[in-house]
Design a protein around this ligand. Structure first.
Ligand code: PEP
Length: 257
């Protein structure tokens, strides 16, 4: 079986300016270096605001820090008259590995639909970025359609037309669990993650299904991470609130199964 390296990813949202980002990444790197803790088996990533990316790049490159990073969104376009937008090529030039696409806050507050998520996913792959495709149902969807119908439909559209060799990450984030303090249970996360892996299998094939990491997100903290990481189809977490505290984020990263 393919071994999937767990990915623990912090979504900073609109928090930490570029000076705070420098202090944060330095502290995080210091904490991760702690010899008592082994993080060799997991990958750590942060998703700062756009304006922090150059600072983070400089720090990570200067000290070869074991921290990957990416942006929280990108434009579906390459360049041109799109005021306020950021091209995937700009992110690639800043050595971003990842880019979050279709976060529920983008879908809700900026009316991003599945077609835009699909176009942005294609743009990310085109520019050599790994899209972290976010899907998830609202409380209403859950009551009306059950847990997997909406995330499955969202992912099916997002993956349409992608090459089977595309390197992607999927984040299952039930909207009702984001920032609510009420995480899904590991069982719930596993059930939807397994359904999402089936989507990957049917659209992109067996190899893609075996290698693609599926994250759980929604009120993850150091006290509940281990339960999620024990599930066979959950390969990591996307962490919002708890990623803004260095001590808390590093204990999540050093989860013990
Ligand atoms: C998120 O917004 O991606 C998220 C998972 O937030 P939180 O961890 O704060 O619920």
């Amino acid at each position: 079986a393919v071994k999937r390296v767990p990915l623990l990813a912090g979504n900073w949202k609109m928090n930490l300016d570029h000076l705070q980002a420098i202090a944060f990444v330095q502290k995080l790197a210091w904490t991760l270096k702690d010899a008592d803790h082994d993080v060799a088996d997991a990958e750590v990533a942060v998703f700062p605001p756009f304006t922090d990316l150059r600072s983070v790049q400089t720090l990570v490159a200067a000290d070869k820090l074991p921290i990957a990073y990416g942006a929280q969104d990108l434009s579906a376009q390459d360049s041109g008259a799109f005021t306020g937008e950021i091209s995937g090529s700009f992110l690639a030039q800043l050595d971003c590995t990842y880019v979050i696409i279709g976060h529920s806050e983008r879908r809700t507050l900026h009316a991003e639909d599945d077609a835009q998520v699909k176009a942005k996913t294609a743009a990310a792959v085109k520019h050599g970025l790994v899209p972290v495709i976010c899907v998830g149902e609202t409380a209403e969807d859950l009551a009306e359609q059950g847990p997997s119908a909406v995330p499955v439909a969202q992912l099916t559209t997002a993956l349409e037309g992608l090459d089977s060799s595309a390197d992607i990450v999927v984040a299952y984030e039930p909207v009702w669990a984001i920032g609510s303090g009420q995480a899904a249970t590991p069982d719930q996360a596993e059930q939807v993650a397994a359904a999402l892996r089936e989507v990957i299998r049917s659209v992109l094939g067996e190899d893609a299904a075996a290698r693609t990491r599926i994250l759980y997100g929604g009120s993850v903290k150091s006290s509940n991470i281990a339960g999620f990481m024990r599930e066979p189809n959950v390969d990591g977490a996307l962490i919002g609130g708890a990623s803004l505290d260095v001590a808390e984020f590093s204990s999540i990263v050093r989860f013990q199964k």
